[in-house]
Design a protein around this ligand. Sequence first.
Ligand code: ZN
Length: 386
Amino acid sequence: MLASLKSDVAFLADDKLEGRQTGTEGEKAAAAYLVQRFQELDLEPKGTDGYIQMFNFKPKTNPHEDVKFTEVSSDSTIVGRNVLGFIDNKSDQTIVIGAHYDHLGYGGEDSLFRGDEKAIHNGADDNASGVALMLNLASKLRATNVNNNYLFIAFSGEEMGLLGSNYFVKNATIDVAKMNYMINMDMVGRLKDSALAIYGTGTSPIFKQTLKSHNNDFKLVMKESGVGPSDHTSFYLADLPVLHFFTGQHNDYHKPSDDTETLNYEGMESISTYIFNIISDLNDNGKLAFRKTKNESEENPRFKVGLGVIPDYMYDGKGMRVDGVSEGKPAIAAGIKKGDIVIELGGNKVTDMMSYMKALSAFKKGDKTTVILTRSGKEVKAEIQF
Ligand SMILES: [Zn+2]
């Protein structure tokens, strides 16, 4: 099993795929590989063209616009490809298990790399790791667990704004009412100090106890919200319970150095076993109850500015802990360093990621304000200009 996790990551994160950017030859080659893997695993095709579901869209011309899907492709549209495989156990419920396989290609505006030459962003952790884990789960569930059907989806367009999952939910190839819940994996390759984050734990009343009862090895960081920075959000917004697994931020995030040799494959295997046990346990429970998590309307604030930091999503204390700073951005100019914890921004208390994002959404380019942070236990004030 470890061997196939490694070979799947190795194929997807190879330079030959040129970073798997949506709409490129590299993305197509990755999709063709996933079709072949789904065939080997004896999954039924569940796309609109065999295993593939294509979607056309016009890319954003400015960051405040939403992407528009279009019926037909033209010179100004990009074609993305979701890849879908199905295990039909003749149940009336289907569990959706997904991971995005697209990444940043040669970088572009979402890259945090500040080198001079453009470089391939292989995205081994983001998100060859999640796709390899999904294939691993498919092979485990293939042999057992017949109480539900399973739909496996490798999404494209995630990095451009959760496009593949959004399109799928609006153009589902199975009845949405018959989906039971959704499991998403995005960046699961860097298990460190056993810390595993799970988002969406508040989206069904049964989740927390189930997650706890099967946990032997992990330090779990649970977040209730069904809204977050990956594809599970699209399913939550369609009123489905969701769980999203994540092993945390790191300095290679969205950089060419997010590569195969940095992954913890034993960690991936243990996460796979953990998720498999959770699915097996939940299989006796029929359709899971859905619950909305709080403050949804506020959870997706629109940003006009950014500090230029990488937040530490695994940090569970008060405030927003900085895991890295980007060159040439406001935070570095204000002297903010890795390890600092932002506790106040422009007079608003920052207690967690949500309040940080809310505070940030009030500013526009050129605004000046004060940030209060703690560094090695001491409070530090910094002036910042966006
Ligand atoms: Zn990702």
